[in-house]
Design a binder for this molecule. Structure first.
Ligand code: S3P
Length: 168
């Protein structure tokens, strides 16, 4: 059966990549990760891209990439900032199912603290990252066609719920 793409959105550390992989395996669908594809396309890590070109350029690459992969049917795991532009939000809603993996900030922070690979976390204080989370929360909610609270769920429980809600 041909399926619309399924976008997984959520804040950094929400488990988009892990859950996306598990969902792809269960549904027998390919999984595409926007950050990974950007890194491959430009031959540089996300941190290096931020360092060399800045966040704004990264956002342009992200939007271009999003539009390239949506032609494929599969699971698309996204970077936490994909919801920042209206263009990306509308594109995802128009072309697929958009699943927001919601999670308490304190649980996210436990996974993010000390992370060196994410330029928006590295060298930032908890308060700063928390305000980024609070500012973005309405955008995740607005973008989502399905919101799932993952806070106390295992990967398998989350995948079960996604499949149930996609079929419902
Ligand atoms: C970002 C999240 C990152 C990555 C980049 C910017 C963000 O992806 O795209 O560092 O703005 O939230 P993850 O959500 O996979 O960490």
């Amino acid at each position: 059966m041909k399926m619309k793409p399924v976008f997984l959105i959520g804040f950094m550390g929400a488990g988009k990549t892990t859950i996306g992989q598990a969902l792809g395996a269960r549904l027998n669908k390919p999984v595409y990760d926007t950050d990974q594809l950007i890194e491959r396309k430009y031959g540089k890590s996300i941190s290096k891209i931020f360092e060399l070109y800045g966040e704004q350029e990264f956002r342009k690459m992200e939007t271009a990439l999003l539009k390239e992969i949506t032609e494929k049917s599969g699971i698309i795991t996204t970077g936490g900032g994909i919801i920042l532009t209206n263009e990306n939000r509308e594109w995802m809603k128009k072309t697929g199912d958009v699943i927001f993996l919601q999670c308490d900030f304190s649980s996210l922070w436990e996974r993010l603290e000390g992370d060196h690979t994410r330029p928006l976390v590295y060298h930032r204080k908890k308060d700063e990252v928390e305000s980024l989370y609070k500012n973005r929360l309405p955008l995740y909610l607005e973008s989502a066609t399905i919101t799932i609270d993952t806070t106390d769920k295992t990967v398998e429980e989350t995948v079960d719920e996604i499949i149930r809600r996609l079929n419902g």
